[in-house]
Design a binder for this molecule. Structure first.
Ligand code: FES
Length: 171
């Protein structure tokens, strides 16, 4: 009885078209929302390209304790923006002059440079690019194009090393 009743109810005039129209409406709303999200993302990215943001927002970030780096040591630091920085200790006076922070991205074609304490230089393995301890180009394509490694500011506070880096995340 109840099965027959359900059968009749499902076949009732108007019930199938109502379901179809509900599904069609739901699909349309989902598609519209999807398109709006896609176009929104597209226009947000296009806006960034057409109207680039102003200067980077910079902030001071903790790196390490001063004593954890010995003269000749280096470490790679990742800024919140995604920038990769090589921080090297080149002296043992215990002052900020011992340290240097340079972009680890080679200005030639973007490979990663590293500090070679034994050779007293930064080295890029991709095309044998070399830089002096201050990041000035001394060999390879970076020297030909006079491309230095960009500097970052450092400071020491209470035995702790801090670096000033862009804190906006790169999209
Ligand atoms: S990418 Fe560094 S020398 Fe070419």
């Amino acid at each position: 009885m109840s099965a027959a009743h359900n059968h009749l109810a499902e076949d009732a005039p108007g019930s199938e078209p109502d379901r179809r129209s509900f599904l069609a409406t739901t699909s349309s709303v989902a598609m519209t929302a999807g398109l709006a999200a896609s176009y929104g993302t597209f226009f947000a990215l296009a806006g960034r390209f057409l109207y680039p943001a102003g200067p980077d927002v910079m902030g001071w970030m903790y790196v390490a304790t001063v004593d954890s780096l010995k003269s000749g040591d280096a470490l790679t630091y990742f800024a919140p923006s995604g920038a990769k920085v090589v921080i090297a200790r080149q002296g043992d006076k215990g002052t900020i002059d011992d340290f240097i922070a340079l972009s680890s991205t080679c200005p030639h074609l973007g490979c990663q440079v590293h500090w070679e304490a034994v050779n007293d230089r930064f080295f890029c393995p991709c095309h044998n690019g070399t830089f002096d301890p201050q990041g000035k180009p001394t060999g390879g394509p970076p020297k030909d194009a006079n491309q230095s490694l960009p500097h970052y500011s450092l400071r020491i506070e209470n035995g702790l090393l801090f670096i000033e880096v862009p804190v906006d995340r790169v999209v």
